[in-house]
Write a protein that binds this ligand. Structure first.
Ligand code: ISL
Ligand code: CA
Length: 539
C-alpha cells in the first residue's frame, strides 16, 4: 500500500474463501490449501487485502468443519500443516493477510475435551461443556437448536443432557468455566504465534448461556421453525459475553495488527451486533450484522435505511463492516430480482465497495456467481438433508468457484464434491478477465479506485439524496471527498446536486472521465454506477 500506516482490517477488503469449493489441487474433488496458494496471484490481481478461510481444522465434517476435533491441526482433506505454513508465508509475501475461522462456541463431539467430559460426572473436564439433569424426565428447558430439534441431547452413560445450539455433534462449551476459557485462548495463541492476522469468530454472541438455564419466552411468528418461535433471551446475547471479548481483545493487543470479527447471529438487530464492539476499542474490532444479507427488496431507500441504521449503531471509536453474501445465506445474485440482473449486481457490489465499512467479499460474487441447483440426492449440507424441502440446505451458495470454461469450470480434475453450476461455460473468471465490461473487471476497477482515494476507504458517509430510486452519498475525509451515485431504477432518474463542488467522474458505467457533472439536476442512466471526486483533484 502507498500509505505508511495502512490499517488493513479497516481500509482493506477481506475476501471469504470456502476452502472446499475454491480450487482442488489434487483431483479428489475437494478444494484444498495448496489450491488456495495456487490462486494467490488471482487474489492479488483482484486487489483484495486479506482472506478469511472457512474452517480448515481437523473435523469429522458433520457440519463441514464447523465442528472441530483438533484446533491445532489441519484436516487432511485440506492438506497438511506444512501446506498451511506455506500458504501463510506466500500470502504474506503478497501482502495478503490471513484470517482464520475459529469455531469455539462449540467443538465436535469427537474433540478429546468432550470425550473426557462425557466419560464421567466427576471428570475434571465435566464442567467444560453444559451438562444438566432432565426436568421431569425430559429436556432441562425449552431451548431449540438452530438447525431444528431440541438443543439438548441425553447421554445414557452419565444420565444427563448436554447442550448443543446446532447439531448434536456440536456440543457447546461452557464459557463460564475459567479453565475452558484458558484452554481456548491457548488455541488462539497457537495460531497467532504462527503469524495468522485475525480470526472470524463463529456465532460469537452464543458463547454464554443463562446461568440458570431459564426457559426462553415464547413468541410465535410467521416462520414455521420452532427455533423462531422463541425470544432468545437466555440462550444467546448474555451480558457476560462482553467480558469474554474484553479478555480476547487484550490477548489480540499483544499481537500487532491483528483483528477479531464476530459473527453476531441475531434477527437483524444492528444495535445488538454493534454492542460487541464495546466502546470501539475494547471488544471486537468488527462485527457482522446480517441486515444487508437478509434484505430482499430491490429499493434504494431500503438500502440507505439499512446502512444508516447500522452506521448509527456503531460506537464513535468503532468501525462498521459490510457483507452481501456468505456460505450460509443465498448469494447476493439471488436478491436482485429478474430484470437487469448483471447491472443490479454491479450496483450492489459498488455499494459494498464504496460504502462506509470494511467490505467482506464472498468468493465468486466478483464474477456474479448464482446459486447452484442441487438435486436432492446430491445435497451435502446436514441442514438440507434434515429439513428438505422446508430448508434445502446451504449447498447452493457453496458450489465450486468457476475458474474457466473447461470441464467442471476448471475447479478440479476429478469429480467435484458439489456440482459446478452449469453456467460456468459463460460465467467464469478467465473469460471475465478478458472482457473489459465484465463484473470481474468492474470489481477490480472499483477496488483499484478505493486504493487511490482515501475518502472511499476512510471517509464519513453523508447521504445526498432523500428517498427515490437513486442512492447517492458523499464520503468526506481530510484528504478530500468522493461522491457515489447509484441508480437502482431501470429507467433514467434525476436528482439535484447541491453544494459548491464541481464533480468529475473517476469511475462510471456510463460516463467518460473527461466530463464535469452539471450543477443542479443530474440524470443517471438505468442502473448507472458513477463515482466522482472534486474536479481538479483526480487521483
Ligand atoms: O445457516 C443458517 C441456517 O440454516 C444460519 O442460521 C447459521 O446457522 C448461522 O448463521 C450460524 O452460522 C455459523 O455457525 C454454524 C455453521 O453451520 C455455519 O456455517 C456458521 O457460519 C454452526 O457452527
Ligand atoms: Ca483436494
Amino acid at each position: 500500500m502507498t500509505e505508511d500506516n495502512f490499517n488493513w482490517w479497516k481500509e482493506g477488503i477481506i475476501y471469504q474463501i470456502y476452502p472446499r469449493s475454491f480450487y482442488d489441487s489434487n483431483g479428489d474433488g475437494i478444494g484444498d490449501i495448496p489450491g488456495i496458494t495456487e490462486k494467490l496471484d488471482y487474489l492479488q490481481d483482484l486487489g483484495i487485502d486479506a482472506v478469511w478461510l472457512s474452517p480448515i481444522n481437523t473435523s469429522p465434517m458433520f457440519d463441514f468443519g464447523y465442528d472441530v476435533s483438533d484446533y491445532r491441526a489441519i484436516d487432511p482433506v485440506f492438506g497438511t500443516m506444512k501446506d498451511m505454513d506455506r500458504f501463510i508465508a506466500e500470502a504474506h509475501r503478497k501482502n495478503i493477510r490471513v484470517v482464520m475461522d475459529l469455531v469455539v462456541n462449540h467443538s465436535s463431539h469427537l474433540h478429546p475435551w468432550f470425550l473426557e467430559s462425557r466419560s464421567s460426572r466427576n471428570n475434571p473436564k465435566r464442567d467444560w461443556f453444559l451438562w444438566h439433569d432432565g426436568r421431569n424426565g425430559r429436556e432441562p428447558n425449552n431451548w431449540y437448536g438452530v438447525f431444528g430439534g431440541r438443543a439438548w441431547e441425553y447421554d445414557e452413560k452419565t444420565a444427563q443432557y448436554y447442550h448443543h445450539s446446532f447439531l448434536k455433534e456440536q456440543p457447546d462449551f461452557n464459557w463460564r468455566n475459567r479453565e475452558l476459557r484458558k484452554a481456548v485462548y491457548g488455541e488462539f495463541k497457537f495460531w497467532l504465534d504462527k503469524g495468522v492476522d485475525g480470526f472470524r469468530l463463529d456465532v460469537a454472541n452464543y458463547y454464554i448461556k443463562d446461568e440458570l438455564f431459564r426457559d426462553n419466552p415464547i413468541a410465535p411468528g410467521p416462520n414455521p421453525r420452532p427455533y423462531d418461535w422463541q425470544r432468545h433471551v437466555y440462550d444467546r446475547d448474555r451480558p457476560e459475553t462482553h467480558g469474554v471479548f474484553r479478555e480476547l481483545r487484550e490477548l489480540m493487543n499483544r499481537y500487532d495488527g491483528t483483528m477479531l470479527v464476530g459473527e453476531i447471529f441475531t434477527h437483524d438487530d444492528p444495535v445488538t451486533s454493534a454492542s460487541y464492539l464495546g466502546n470501539g476499542t475494547d471488544e471486537l474490532h468488527l462485527a457482522f450484522d446480517f441486515s444487508l444479507i437478509h434484505h430482499r427488496r430491490w429499493n434504494a431507500g431500503d438500502y440507505r435505511g439499512i446502512l444508516e441504521r447500522w452506521y448509527g449503531a456503531i460506537p464513535p471509536a468503532g468501525w462498521p463492516c459490510n457483507v452481501l453474501s456468505n456460505h450460509d445465506k443465498p448469494r447476493m445474485s439471488a436478491r436482485v430480482g429478474r430484470t437487469r440482473r448483471e447491472e443490479r449486481m454491479k450496483v450492489l457490489l459498488a455499494l459494498l465497495l464504496t460504502g462506509k465499512g470494511t467490505p467482506f467479499l464472498y468468493y465468486g460474487d466478483e464474477i456474479g456467481m448464482s446459486r447452484g441447483r442441487i438435486p436432492r440426492e446430491r445435497i451435502q449440507d446436514p441442514v438440507g438433508i434434515k429439513y428438505w424441502p422446508f430448508h434445502k440446505g446451504r449447498d447452493p451458495e457453496r458450489t465450486p468457484m468457476q475458474w474457466n470454461g473447461s470441464r467442471h469450470g476448471g475447479f478440479t480434475a476429478g469429480e467435484p464434491w458439489l456440482p459446478v453450476n452449469p453456467d460456468y461455460t459463460g460465467r467464469n473468471a478467465e473469460s471475465q478477465r478478458a472482457d473489459e465490461g465484465s463484473m470481474l473487471n468492474f470489481v477490480r476497477m472499483i477496488i483499484g479506485l478505493r486504493k487511490r482515494v482515501p475518502a472511499l476507504r476512510l471517509g464519513e458517509w453523508v447521504p445526498v439524496t432523500e428517498t427515490g430510486d437513486i442512492l447517492a452519498f458523499i464520503r468526506t475525509h481530510d484528504s478530500g471527498k468522493a461522491m457515489v451515485m447509484l441508480n437502482f431504477a431501470s429507467a433514467p432518474r434525476s436528482f439535484a446536486i447541491t453544494g459548491d463542488d464541481n464533480w468529475a467522474p473517476v469511475f462510471s458505467t456510463h460516463r467518460s472521465r473527461v466530463e464535469v457533472l452539471p450543477r443542479g439536476n443530474c440524470t443517471l442512466a438505468p442502473c448507472e454506477v458513477t463515482v466522482c471526486v472534486r474536479a481538479g483533484s483526480i487521483p
